[in-house]
Design a protein around this ligand. Sequence first.
Ligand code: NAG
Ligand code: NAG
Ligand code: NAG
Ligand code: NAG
Ligand code: NAG
Length: 435
Amino acid sequence: MEKKTFFINGAVLLLLCLSLSSTTTNAHNITRILAQFPQFSTFNHYLTVTHLAPEINRRQTITVCAVDNAAMNALLAEHLSIYAIKNVLSLHVLLDYFGAKKLHQITDGTALAATMYQATGSAPGTAGFVNITDLKGGKVGFTAKDSSDGEFDAAFVKSVKEIPYNLSVIQISHILHSPDAEAPTPAPEVANLTEIMSAHGCKVFADTLLANPDAENTYTSNVEGGLTVFCPMDDAMKNFLPKFKNLTADGKNSLLMYHAIPIYESISMLKSSNGLMNTLATDGAKKFDFTVQNDGEEVTLKTKIVTARITGTLIDEQPLAIHTIDKVLLPTELFKADIAPAPAPSPETEKAKAPKASKKHHHASPPAPPSDSPADAPADGPADGPAADLTGDTNDGGRREEGFWRVVSVGLGSLALNFLAYANIGFHLSVEPVH
Ligand SMILES: *[C@@H]1O[C@H](CO)[C@@H](O)[C@H](O)[C@H]1NC(C)=O
Ligand SMILES: *[C@@H]1O[C@H](CO)[C@@H](O)[C@H](O)[C@H]1NC(C)=O
Ligand SMILES: *[C@@H]1O[C@H](CO)[C@@H](O)[C@H](O)[C@H]1NC(C)=O
Ligand SMILES: *[C@@H]1O[C@H](CO)[C@@H](O)[C@H](O)[C@H]1NC(C)=O
Ligand SMILES: *[C@@H]1O[C@H](CO)[C@@H](O)[C@H](O)[C@H]1NC(C)=O
């Protein structure tokens, strides 16, 4: 299946942001400034996901050395952890104002500028300082002080935006390399997952996780690289336990791992990344995915069997987010029997399961292998949704579909822009194509 990535509610978010920003009085907003320049969209995106943007907005007398998407791609190709990327990018934020004019008039032709990386205190020795030097022919060279070879990594390209003497945004030709900044950084100390869940209404799920060490280990080992957990609240999990106990050991682990994704996603990120989401249980042919879908201000997680609503957030600190949900997520890989009853479907139920003509071909060939149940049919877009209603689990599915399309129609305009911004995340996000 061809996979596409897109995001549907940019316009809604934009409206929200506009109304919010009218109440704040920040002198500058680096995200907004860079948003006017598509060639910096990757750099801008990473300022946001590393939470450097608010740091930049908070400060005065600052210079941001932006690089274009090609230079960012070279950095991303190194597959650094998000913390290392944050270090590297914070090395590109100078704690002084360097407009184009000042750059060409540096006293004695060379200067060391302190950076935000140095200011974090995590930079050892002289790492965290950038050497700026006027070179022959009006060129200005940049290099990290701890860069190994003494060559200049990057050259000044142009001034992007000057707000004297608060903020200067300049373009430099390449990423500044610093062995210290790029060294794998340990994840910040994160709290005990199961303790957080136990203390906040997900005790049954947490206890179940502790009783299945394989799944628990998978959770723990993923935290550093980014983890988002969707924990079913106690009532839902308690009701589900009899079914859970019936699963094989593998099934139990898969069910538990199905409730987490190997990336960090805050609620606002989830709102802007609707679509198919792989989980910790995803493994080759075993898809174990679900669909993230906005429903007004709410975010829902849909499998073909159940639609769960995100009801709260227990922790949201990169790299870890734990959100609560009101239902246990049932993957078709484990529970397809529930929705594909043994007797061959009568023409009538067949029609109900595949209301769209385009889906007929999934059921056309008579000697269907066991896996060719409606639940296993490739995701053909929202047309698949109503199939889940057959179980009675999502009796308001129709309303949700309607809401979905309303949001799509509002958001289509900003789709292309969002695509640009997100295309380089490198996260394994895929979305079912909409016809
Ligand atoms: C610079 O920042 C200060 C403090 O936030 C603000 O009062 C001033 O208006 C800013 N200057 C410009 C030109 O935006
Ligand atoms: C900065 O601008 C972006 C994009 O316009 C917006 O989403 C964000 O809320 C703004 N931040 C602040 C602090 O106003
Ligand atoms: C910057 O680097 C150049 C070349 O290595 C060197 O000549 C110069 O002294 C350095 N400037 C500072 C302030 O350290
Ligand atoms: C988290 O706490 C529980 C007890 O509350 C303990 O059994 C478990 O080993 C802890 N996990 C980690 C990763 O420390
Ligand atoms: C557990 O499995 C048994 C045997 O297959 C079945 O009779 C029973 O209904 C199942 N219980 C639940 C809660 O699914």
